[in-house]
Design a protein around this ligand. Structure first.
Ligand code: DMJ
Length: 631
């Protein structure tokens, strides 16, 4: 139909609307659109829609990284974990339980020596992009993995040329035996407890414990580098796949700052430095951020327990009426936290441990000794109990290792270590009537003539530090290290099982033996074989391999069960009463140190690596050709 123009007549639209009506209609439509769009932001968990609409802005990786570096470590997991169950997916994550478990990534050793930045970038994209969840995959780093690897003095796994005098076939078969033990420990764990923190070999199930704040898989993370080192390739891939797919940080329990640091962060950092796989770096940093609330105290000395949900902290109830932080705990963060800063670019980690160092350097020390309990509120010692065993041990270890890890530039750590060692020698060191050298415990000037199994790491530590002592002290420290290690061996040799008790005394004619049944247990601890390993590397005296082999035999005889290794209740009984626990440090430390004891010196050379207190290797910060340190 033809519409004829009639003056003064405004034609209606096809819907019969006139211009003012049209205008009103359009206004209404645009209002409706604005309302709907705005509502997207009010919907719960609208992040996916936001991403859809705002992709170019919110997905800039740089922005997130800036927030991290600026010391705003709030992660989504920290903000409000919606589900404390560790196996549940994080918000926005796909449920890994619904995915087929991919068996993949052959050729694992290829990544150990990336040939160039392009290969590294490709590998990082290829392996990690699939592995990392959206919110976990975006911590940028200026860390140059290839440059770091090129600064190492030795191939990571050594050149396989054992220079010892023993017949190669013997050493090789001993090493193979230890590898078989690791394989058995891992496979038993995998079969009965995969993803749980520890295996209970008698009941053939898993155990979570209460130290890790709801985090799972402590055995997996503690095992990664040992599996890698022993070239248990398939097992390493299983462990790595579990980290990629099932290691969730959205947990909300209470965790031990110390244990999470030495086992999880240490394990992840080592796995990263050994493989260059991004998944380990990212998860280590994210987990490090979750530990930061522990440091919110007036002195900056962290409390022992951090609540992953609320971000609150507290001291252990047993630590001097709940008011103290423990020397070995807050004193054993330095190595890992410096590496967290190196790998994240976030200075906050290094600042935290530098502050701890400052507090400890400046405080008055009774007779030059460091007591085990310090108030995180006042910064004063809370009790004059000094020990190189439990509660104190790894603080001393981290001083000498900080010096070594800094490529011998951290003079403060060096000075503090040798001063502390002098004080220990003057006030705690003793020789028993039977001629055994031991380090006693000190309670306000009174000595307990006992050594804990934990204190037996000190032989290795003193050996490690001997070389950099004043010249006139070097031989003395080497001898002291050998004597202490011999005493610890005696504590093994004097038991019926040839395994050592938790604590042994030097009283009333009985030496290097436990005096109470409550101290007669052995829980697969590493400290004695740790010292054998350091002493072997320093002296090549075959006695250390002999002693190490005695331990292997005893472990096989008394601790091996059908479904894994277990601690025993009484080292003085030939009928083993198993404690039903395969400790994570058995795989991280005991078996690793035994394996290294029967390996050539340049496998994880001490020129390139320091071991954290859970035996996770962390690299020395060798300077580059321009003289700049790697860390
Ligand atoms: C490990 O977790 C570490 O070695 C820590 O420093 C002390 N004790 C256990 C093993 O005995």
């Amino acid at each position: 139909m033809l519409m004829r123009k009639v003056p003064g007549f405004v034609p209606a639209s096809p819907w019969g609307l006139r211009l003012p009506q049209k205008f009103l209609f359009l206004l209404f439509l645009s209002g409706l659109f604005t309302l709907c769009f705005g509502a997207l932001f009010l919907l719960p968990n609208s992040s996916r829609l936001k991403r859809l609409f705002l992709a170019p802005r919110t997905q800039q990786p740089g922005l997130e990284a800036v927030a991290q570096v600026a010391g705003h470590p709030l992660t989504r997991e920290q903000e409000s974990p919606p589900n404390p169950a560790p196996a549940a997916p994080a918000p926005g994550e796909d449920d890994p339980r619904s995915q087929a478990s991919p068996r993949r990534r052959k050729g694992w050793l290829r990544r150990t020596r990336p040939t160039g930045p392009r290969e590294e970038a490709t590998a990082a994209r290829g392996s990690s992009a699939t592995a990392l969840r959206p919110q976990e995959g975006s911590i940028s780093s200026s860390f140059d993995f290839n440059a770091f690897r090129s600064r190492l003095r030795h191939p990571v796994l050594g050149t396989r040329a054992d220079k010892s005098k023993e017949p190669q076939s013997l050493v090789q078969s001993q090493r193979e035996k230890i590898k078989e033990m690791m394989q058995f420990a891992w496979q038993s764990y995998k079969r009965y407890a995969m993803g749980k923190n520890e295996l209970r070999p008698l009941t053939r199930d898993g155990y979570e414990g209460n130290m890790f704040g709801g985090l799972s898989g402590a055995t997996v993370i503690d095992s990664l580098d040992t599996l890698y080192l022993m070239e248990l390739k398939e097992e390493f891939q299983e462990a790595k796949a579990w980290v990629e797919e099932s290691f969730h940080l959205n947990v909300s329990g209470e965790a031990s700052l110390f244990e999470v640091n030495i086992r999880y962060i240490g394990g992840l950092l080592s796995a990263f430095y050994l493989t260059g796989e991004e998944v380990f770096r990212i998860k280590a940093i994210k987990l490090g951020e979750k530990l930061l609330p522990a440091f919110d105290t007036p002195t900056g000395i962290p409390k022992g327990v951090v609540n992953f949900k609320s971000g609150s902290n507290r001291s252990w109830g047993w630590a001097v009426a709940g008011g103290s932080s423990i020397l070995a705990e807050f004193g054993s963060l330095h190595l890992e936290f410096l590496h967290l800063t190196q790998l994240s670019g976030n200075q906050v980690f290094a600042e935290k441990v530098r502050n701890i160092r400052k507090v400890l350097r400046d405080i008055d020390k009774p007779f030059g000794l460091y007591p085990n309990f310090l108030s995180p509120v006042s910064g004063n010692w809370m009790q004059h109990h000094v020990s190189v065993g439990g509660l104190g041990d790894s603080f001393y270890e981290y001083l000498i290792k900080s010096w070594l890890m800094s490529a011998k530039t951290d003079m403060e750590a060096k000075d503090m270590y040798y001063e502390a060692l002098e004080a220990i020698e003057t006030h705690l060191l003793n020789v028993s009537p039977g001629g055994l050298t031991y380090i006693a415990e000190w309670r306000g000037g009174i000595l307990d003539h006992k050594m804990g199994h934990l204190a037996c790491f000190s032989g290795g530590m003193i050996a490690l530090g001997a070389e950099d002592a004043k010249e006139e002290k070097r031989a003395h420290y080497r001898e002291l290290a050998a004597q202490i290690t011999k005493t610890c061996h005696e504590s093994y040799a004097r038991s019926d099982t040839k395994l050592g008790p938790e604590a042994f005394w030097f009283n009333s004619g009985r030496e290097a033996v436990a005096t109470q049944t409550s101290e007669s247990y052995y829980i697969l601890r590493p400290e004695v074989v740790e010292s054998y390993m350091y002493l072997w590397r320093q002296t090549h005296d075959p006695i250390y391999r002999e002693w190490g082999w005695e331990v292997v035999m005893a472990l096989e005889k008394y601790c091996r069960t059908e479904a894994g290794f277990s601690g025993i209740q009484d080292v003085y009984s030939k009928v083993p009463d198993h404690d039903n626990k395969q400790q994570t440090f058995f795989l991280a430390e005991t078996l690793k140190y035994l394996y290294l004891l029967f390996s050539e010196d340049d496998m994880l050379s001490l020129e390139d690596w320091v071991f954290n207190t859970e035996a996770h290797p962390l690299p020395v910060s060798h300077p580059d050709s321009s003289g700049r340190g790697g860390a």
